[in-house]
Design a protein. Structure first.
Lengths: 299, 668
C-alpha cells in the first residue's frame, strides 16, 4: 500500500509517514524472535555476524567448520553466527472512557503515536501487534509484518474508541498471557486507574519485552479551566468530588498531578521502563521524532 | 440575680455605650445563616471529567475536617459575611465620642445662675463659660449654625439659630450673672423642641452642673419623644445629642441657706427668734462670723465653725423689731459671695378687706359672717344691698342674693347684663345671684340638683374639698359666658363656676347655701378659706422673702397707676399698674431689698438666693437627664458621631467587590 493510501486513513499525513520511513525501531536488548528477520537474535544461526566457536560434534554441518583453525590446531571447531530474527512490537492502548477526554482527546494522540511506532515497525519488517483494551472490551490486531499491513494497522487504530472502565493490570496480564513473543512493548495510558499503575507496569516487565510507558494527559487535566462551585463527576466510576475552585485548590491539584507523574516516571526509571510524558495537545511530530527518539526507541 | 442575668445586664450596658440601636445587632444572626446556606448549597454545577482520582487526592486533607474546611478561603462567603456584618452594625447605629463640633448645628445652653459667679483663679465661672462659648463660635465652619440660650431661674433665647458669628459673640458677651437658682428645664425644651425641625441639633450645656431640676426634665423628654417617633424611650434618650461642658473647679464655700423670723415658741421666753441656716459645701472646716442687722443696725454677732459638708443653724433671740429689713451677713471671703447675705422684710401682716353685700337678717348672711369673721386676716364689713355702691376699697366682695345693677333678682328672672367695668374691683363672689356678665343668662331652676363632679384642680377646691354629699334645694340654671370654668357641676347645669374675666376673679354660686345643708358641712368653711387664699393680696400679705427670679406681685389702689421700683443695684424702674388685676414685676434676678413705691405707700421686699444647690458650688461630674447620663467634658467639646454612613458606604464597596468577584470568578 502506498503512503498516500495509508495517509488516506487520516491518522498520519503522507509527509509524516515519509519522515517515519527514515526511522528504525531500536531494541535495547536482544530478544528471541519468532521468524527470520533482520534483527540480531539470541539464537545462533546463519547470519554473517560471528558469534562464537564450539567443538565439532558428530552430525554437525561440515560447512560451518572453521578450516583455518583446523589447519593451525588440527582440531575441528565449528564457527557460530548470530541468527537474524524479527522483532515483535506490542502496542497496548488504554481505551477506557477517561482516554476520550481532552481537546484533542487523549485517545487520538495515543492512536497516532501507536500508528507511528507500528508503521516504523512494519517498515522495518518487524512483527506488529496491537490491542486496545478497556474493562470488558478488547480489540486486537493480529500480529502482522511488512509495509503491506500498514493500512490494516491504521484502520485498526482508527477504529479504537474510548469506552468502558480502566483495568490496566488485568488487561495487561491478559495480553501478556496471550502474546508470549518478546520484543518492544509500548503502553499508552493516562494511568488514571483507581487500582494504581504499578501492577500493570510490573506485568509488562514480566513479559521480558523492552517496555515503554507513554503517559498521555489532556491539557484540561494538566491545567483545569474550572471556576466556581462544582461537582466533578468521574467519567468511569460512580464517584464525584465537590470543589469550590480557588487558586489555592488549583495550586494543590497541580502539585498533586506533578507528584503523580513524577512517581510514575521514578517507577519506570527504577525498572528500566522508558517513560514518555505526552500532553494530548503536543504535536505528534515532536513527540515521535524527538521524545521517543531521545527515549531510545528509534534511531 | 443569676450570672446569666448579670451577664445580660453588663452586655446591655456595654452596648448602650457604643450603639444607639443595639436591637439591630440581632441582624448579626444573618452571618451563621449565610454560612449555613453555603454549607447546604446544592446548586453546584456538574462537570464530567476524565477521572476524579487526582481531585479526590487533592481534597483529601480538605475533607478531613469537613464541613468547615469547605468554607476555607472562600472569598465570596467571606465578602458576604463582611457585608452582613457591616449592615448589621450600621443598623445598630454605632457612635463614637469625637472631638469637635464642626459640621453641626449647635445650641449653647449657658448657665448664668448664682453659682456661676463663683470665683476661679482669675475669672468667674460665667467668664469661663463665655470664653468656652466664644471658642465654639470661633470653631464654627461655613454653614454651621448656632443659637444661644441662657438659663438660671428663667431661660432666655439670646440668639436664634444663626450663622452670624458677630451676633453670636455679642449675645454671649451680653450674658450677665444673676443671683438666682438654676433650672435647666425650660432651656432644655427650647433646644428639644427645635430638634423637631433641626434633627442634627447638638446641645452643649455650659455649666458647673449644679442644676436643681434635672429630675423634672427626663419624663418630659420621654413623653415628647414618644409622640415624635415610634421608638422606645430608652433608645431615644440614649440618642439625645448633648454635651456637658463643665466649667469651674473651686469647692470652698459657706453660704446662708435659710433665714426666717418668727414669734416666740409658746412656753419659752418672750423674745422673737431669727433663724439663720448655714452650709459649708467645701472640703475644709470653716470659721465664719454671722452678723444679724435690723435696718442696717447690727443686733447680734456670732462666730461659728462649720464642718465640711454639714449644715449649721443659728438662732438669734431678739425683741420686737417692728417694720423693717432684717439682714444676715457672713464675713468670710469664699468663692461665692452672693450667698453670704440674706434679707427679710418684716412688716405687719396686711389685712384682707372683705365686703359682704347681703340682707343682714338673712340666714345665709349669718352663715357667711360665721365663716369669715374668725379669720385674723379678714376685715369684714357687711352692708345691705340697698346701700351698695361700687368701690375699689375691698379685696373681696361677696354678693348674697343680690347683684349690682340687677336689683333684687328672682330665681326666674333674667339678670340684666352689666358691663364688667361697672363691677367693684377685687375678687367677687355671687351667691344665688347671677353676675351681670355678658353671655350669662338664666334658664330656669333645677330642683334638688345632685353634685355630679368637681374640678379638683381648681384653687377653690384645694384640701381635697369634696361637697359631694351636700343636699341643695334648688339652683339657678344659667348659660355660662365663654371662658368660664365649672368648678362644681350637677347634671345639666353648674352649681359653682369660675367666671373670671379680664383678670378679675369672679365666682358664681348658683344656689342659696341657706337652703342647703352645705353650711353644716366641713367643705363650706374650707371653700371660703380657699376663696380668701385665692385673693391675690392674701398671697402677698404673708411674703417676707421672695426667691430671686420670682416675680413681685404689685397690687395698689385704683388711683395709683404707676409703681416705682428701686432695685438693690441702684436702678429705678417705673411699672404701669392695672386697677383690676395684679401686675407682676419679674426683673428680680439680683438678691437684695427691692423698694416699691405705690403712690404714698412704700413697701420693701426681700429677694434672696437661699438655695442649697447654688451654695454647693462643687462642679458636678455628670448631668443625669432621664435615663441618660452625660459625663462632664473639660477639654474640647466631644460629641457623638454616628458611624452608620461610613459602615454602609464600606458595605456598598464590599458589595461591589463581591459582585465583581462573582462575575469575573476572580480568585475562585
Amino acid at each position: 500500500m502506498s503512503q498516500e493510501a495509508i495517509a488516506s486513513q487520516s491518522l498520519l499525513t503522507a509527509e509524516f509517514l515519509a519522515r517515519l520511513d527514515r526511522l528504525a525501531l531500536m531494541a535495547r536488548k536482544t530478544q528471541l524472535g519468532m521468524t527470520k528477520g533482520e534483527r540480531k537474535s539470541k539464537r545462533r544461526g546463519s547470519s554473517v555476524e560471528f558469534a562464537d566457536y564450539r567443538d565439532y560434534v558428530q552430525g554437525d554441518d561440515l560447512r560451518h567448520v572453521d578450516w583455518n583453525i583446523y589447519g593451525r590446531l588440527e582440531s575441528l571447531y565449528l564457527k557460530l553466527f548470530h541468527e537474524q530474527e524479527d522483532l515483535t512490537v506490542h502496542l497496548l492502548l488504554d481505551a477506557s472512557r477517561s482516554m476520550g477526554f481532552g481537546s484533542p482527546a487523549k485517545i487520538d494522540l495515543a492512536t497516532k503515536m501507536a500508528a507511528a511506532i507500528g508503521y516504523i515497525g512494519l517498515v522495518g519488517y518487524d512483527r506488529v501487534s496491537a490491542e486496545s483494551f478497556a474493562d470488558g472490551m478488547t480489540h486486537r490486531l493480529a500480529p502482522c509484518r511488512g509495509r503491506a499491513h500498514a493500512g490494516k494497522l491504521l484502520t485498526f487504530l482508527s477504529n479504537v474508541h474510548a469506552d468502558g472502565r480502566t483495568s490496566l493490570e488485568d488487561s495487561t496480564k491478559s495480553y501478556i498471557l496471550r502474546n508470549r513473543a518478546k520484543g518492544v512493548a509500548v503502553l499508552f495510558s493516562d494511568f488514571l486507574d483507581p487500582e494504581g499503575y504499578e501492577g500493570c507496569l510490573r506485568r509488562l516487565l514480566q513479559s521480558g519485552s523492552d517496555c515503554y510507558a507513554v503517559h498521555v494527559l489532556s491539557r484540561e487535566e494538566i491545567d483545569p479551566p474550572i471556576a466556581g462551585d462544582l461537582k466533578l463527576l468521574d467519567s468511569e466510576y460512580a464517584m464525584h468530588v465537590e470543589v469550590s475552585a480557588s487558586p489555592s485548590l488549583l495550586k494543590r491539584y497541580k502539585k498533586n498531578l506533578e507528584g503523580f507523574c513524577e512517581s510514575i516516571r521514578q517507577y519506570c526509571l527504577a525498572r528500566g521502563i522508558g517513560y514518555i510524558f505526552a500532553p494530548s495537545d503536543e504535536s505528534l511530530e515532536r513527540l515521535t521524532l524527538d521524545a521517543l527518539r531521545r527515549g531510545g526507541m528509534f534511531k | 440575680m443569676s450570672s446569666w442575668d448579670l451577664f445580660w445586664r453588663n452586655a446591655n450596658t456595654f452596648l448602650s455605650k457604643a450603639f444607639l440601636a443595639p436591637p439591630y445587632l440581632w441582624f448579626l444572626g444573618l452571618i451563621p445563616i449565610i454560612v449555613l446556606l453555603y454549607l447546604l448549597k446544592l446548586r453546584r454545577t456538574q462537570v464530567v471529567i476524565a477521572s476524579t482520582i487526582l481531585w479526590a487526592k487533592t481534597l483529601e486533607d480538605l475533607t478531613a475536617n469537613a464541613p468547615f474546611q469547605k468554607l476555607r478561603k472562600n472569598l465570596l462567603l467571606l465578602l458576604q459575611i463582611i457585608i452582613a456584618l457591616l449592615v448589621a452594625l450600621a443598623l445598630s447605629r454605632p457612635f463614637l465620642k469625637m472631638q469637635g463640633t464642626a459640621g453641626q448645628n449647635l445650641c449653647l445652653l449657658i448657665d448664668h445662675s448664682a453659682s456661676m459667679q463663683s470665683k476661679e483663679v482669675e475669672k468667674t465661672r460665667l467668664d469661663l463659660a463665655k470664653d468656652r462659648a466664644l471658642e465654639l463660635v470661633d470653631a464654627m465652619q461655613r454653614g454651621d449654625k448656632m443659637m444661644v440660650v441662657t438659663f438660671a431661674e428663667n431661660s432666655d433665647v439670646l440668639s436664634e439659630l444663626t450663622e452670624d458669628r458677630s451676633r453670636l459673640r455679642r449675645a454671649i458677651m451680653s450674658i450677665q450673672a444673676t443671683d438666682t437658682g438654676t433650672k435647666l428645664r425650660d432651656a432644655f425644651f427650647v433646644a428639644h423642641s427645635l430638634r423637631l425641625t433641626v434633627p442634627d441639633l447638638h446641645s452643649v450645656v455650659i455649666s458647673d452642673g449644679n442644676i436643681a431640676d434635672l429630675a423634672d426634665i427626663g419624663p418630659r423628654v420621654f413623653d415628647n419623644q414618644r409622640q415624635v417617633a415610634d421608638q422606645s424611650t430608652e433608645a431615644r434618650s440614649r440618642g439625645y445629642d448633648l454635651s456637658f461642658l463643665q466649667v469651674g473647679e473651686s469647692t470652698n464655700n459657706v453660704g446662708i441657706t435659710a433665714l426666717s423670723e418668727r414669734e416666740p415658741v409658746p412656753g419659752e421666753s418672750g423674745d422673737r427668734q431669727a433663724l439663720v441656716a448655714l452650709r459649708n459645701s467645701g472640703t475644709e472646716k470653716a470659721a465664719v462670723t454671722v452678723t444679724l442687722a435690723f435696718n442696717e443696725q447690727p443686733i447680734a454677732v456670732e462666730g461659728v465653725e462649720i464642718e465640711p459638708g454639714t449644715d449649721q443653724e443659728l438662732v438669734f433671740k431678739h425683741g420686737e423689731l417692728g417694720e423693717g429689713i432684717l439682714e444676715a451677713e457672713l464675713d468670710n471671703d469664699d468663692a461665692l459671695a452672693v450667698d453670704n447675705h440674706a434679707w427679710l422684710s418684716l412688716r405687719p401682716a396686711a389685712k384682707l378687706r372683705v365686703l359682704l353685700v347681703a340682707d343682714p337678717a338673712a340666714t345665709g348672711t349669718y352663715f357667711l359672717q360665721r365663716v369669715l369673721t374668725p379669720d385674723p386676716r379678714v376685715e369684714l364689713s357687711t352692708i345691705a344691698p340697698a346701700n351698695f355702691a361700687p368701690t375699689s376699697d375691698y379685696d373681696l366682695t361677696i354678693f348674697y342674693d343680690f347683684a349690682p345693677n340687677a336689683g333684687q333678682p328672682s330665681a326666674n328672672a333674667t339678670a340684666a347684663a352689666a358691663p364688667a367695668s361697672q363691677l367693684p374691683a377685687g375678687t367677687l363672689v355671687f351667691i344665688k345671684a347671677l353676675p351681670p356678665l355678658e353671655g350669662m343668662v338664666s334658664e330656669g331652676t333645677i330642683d334638688n340638683p345632685p353634685i355630679v363632679s368637681t374640678d379638683a384642680e381648681h384653687p377653690l377646691m384645694r384640701f381635697n374639698l369634696n361637697p359631694a354629699n351636700v343636699g341643695v334645694h334648688s339652683a339657678v340654671k344659667a348659660t355660662l359666658p365663654q371662658g368660664a370654668r365649672p368648678v362644681v357641676s350637677t347634671s345639666g347645669g353648674t352649681l359653682i363656676a369660675d367666671v373670671s374675666r379680664g383678670g378679675q376673679q369672679i365666682v358664681w354660686i348658683a344656689f342659696d347655701h341657706a337652703e342647703s345643708d352645705w353650711p353644716l358641712n366641713l367643705s363650706f368653711p374650707l371653700f371660703f378659706q380657699n376663696v380668701l387664699a385665692w385673693v391675690p393680696r392674701s398671697a402677698l400679705a404673708s411674703e417676707t422673702s421672695i426667691d430671686a427670679g420670682r416675680p413681685l406681685t404689685l397690687i395698689a389702689k385704683p388711683e395709683v397707676t404707676t409703681a416705682t421700683i428701686s432695685t438693690p443695684d441702684g436702678r429705678s424702674e417705673q411699672v404701669q399698674l392695672d386697677p383690676l388685676r395684679p401686675v407682676f414685676y419679674s426683673n428680680t434676678q439680683r438678691a437684695g431689698v427691692y423698694t416699691v413705691e405705690l403712690g404714698d405707700v412704700q413697701e420693701r421686699y426681700a429677694v434672696n438666693l437661699l438655695d442649697p444647690t447654688e451654695t454647693a458650688i462643687k462642679p458636678s461630674d455628670a448631668l443625669a437627664i432621664g435615663r441618660g447620663e452625660f459625663a462632664a467634658e473639660r477639654g474640647q467639646v466631644r460629641q457623638n458621631r454616628e458611624l452608620w454612613r461610613v459602615l454602609l458606604a464600606v458595605a456598598l464597596c464590599v458589595l461591589a467587590v463581591e459582585w465583581w468577584v462573582f462575575s469575573r470568578r476572580a480568585w475562585m
